[in-house]
Design a protein around this ligand. Structure first.
Ligand code: FAD
Length: 278
């Protein structure tokens, strides 16, 4: 794997002291892969405001580049401004700017603020201080009106000032490359980094994929189902499959890889070792 491939790792903020300690260990184990940055997710509706901030600040204090995910959720401009200022003061220079989804029960409370509006808001208040990442969907966002509408809204995020995008995960590389072509035709020339989901647990993956619109091809579902409760064999198969996916992506020009680590060292570490031929 060439040195100019951008590697990033995504964490979610742990809820318990045990989870925090585990994340610290995982971060140390992944550091050997020399990632460009770690990103830390943000609970819909701001539910993880303090824990996301806590993980990001700890990483920055350790001299490690960390990017909080951020969305308006149910917050007003003053609250988002204050959080962004706090991040800036703490040394954060990269944000993953999202619309997010409101948790059930908050639906009537507030309107979602589209990601392009958040990007504009950040640029208006902080100029070019932050590198802004946005989300992209090679298999199209589940609420999108059409394929081209979703690409045009992605273009809108770049026009508003985003620098690069990270995709939802996918298992079919053709979906990503077709998407890149369509983005290019729509005038998007910023880098779009593929999001990589290691296979850890079939039931969770199937449930999550159904809700976020990421397709598990039928043949793959059948293969994964066939492992039943044998998670060890499932994970070994998953490492080979995802290594091959990453290989195909990089060989065909993907500018980097963003791993949804699920706060676990493996399978991400094993996939990266395979990619470097270790
Ligand atoms: P947007 O880009 O705003 O798009 C949302 C939908 O609205 C799309 O269907 C789009 O076609 C449409 N649309 C976009 N702009 C407009 C507009 N101006 N007018 C009308 N329609 C529009 N969720 C979390 O809760 N926390 C996280 O930390 C998190 N991290 C993520 C990281 C990555 C890399 C990805 C890919 C997703 C992440 N998500 C996260 C999930 C994400 O929040 C959801 O997919 C959410 O539904 C959409 O967010 P978005 O920023 O893509 O929205």
């Amino acid at each position: 794997m060439s040195d100019d491939v951008r590697i990033s790792f995504e964490f979610f903020p742990p809820k318990t002291a045990e989870g925090k300690a585990k994340l610290h260990k995982v971060r140390e184990e992944l550091q050997g892969f020399d990632p460009d940055f770690y990103s830390v997710t943000y609970g819909a509706g701001g539910t993880t405001r303090d824990t996301t901030k806590g993980v990001v600040k700890t990483l920055i204090e350790q001299g490690i580049s960390a990017a909080p995910h951020l969305s308006f959720g149910g917050d007003d401009e003053a609250a988002v401004l204050s959080l962004l200022s706090e991040y800036k003061d703490a040394g954060v220079d990269r944000i993953v700017a999202l619309r997010g989804d409101l948790p059930s029960g908050m639906g009537g409370h507030s309107q979602l603020v589209y990601a392009n509006q958040l990007v504009s808001f950040i640029r208006k208040n902080f100029g070019d201080h932050f590198h802004l990442e946005v989300a992209a969907y090679p298999e199209i966002h589940p609420e999108a009106k059409s394929y081209s509408a979703d690409i045009n809204y992605l273009k809108g995020k770049f026009d508003a000032g985003a620098n690069s995008a990270i995709t939802q995960y996918f298992f079919n590389p053709d979906a990503y490359f077709h998407f890149l072509e369509q983005c290019h035709d729509a005038g998007i020339d910023a880098p779009i980094y593929p999001g990589i989901m290691p296979i850890i647990n079939y039931r969770n993956l199937a449930r999550f994929s159904d809700s976020c619109g990421a397709e598990i091809p039928r043949w793959l579902r059948k293969r994964l189902e066939s492992f039943g409760d044998d998670n060890e064999s499932l994970q070994a198969f998953g490492v080979d499959l995802v290594t091959e996916l990453c290989d195909t992506l990089l060989e065909n020009g993907a500018p980097g890889l963003h791993f949804y680590t699920m706060n676990q060292t493996n399978p991400t570490a094993q996939i990266l070792k395979n990619l470097s031929g270790e």
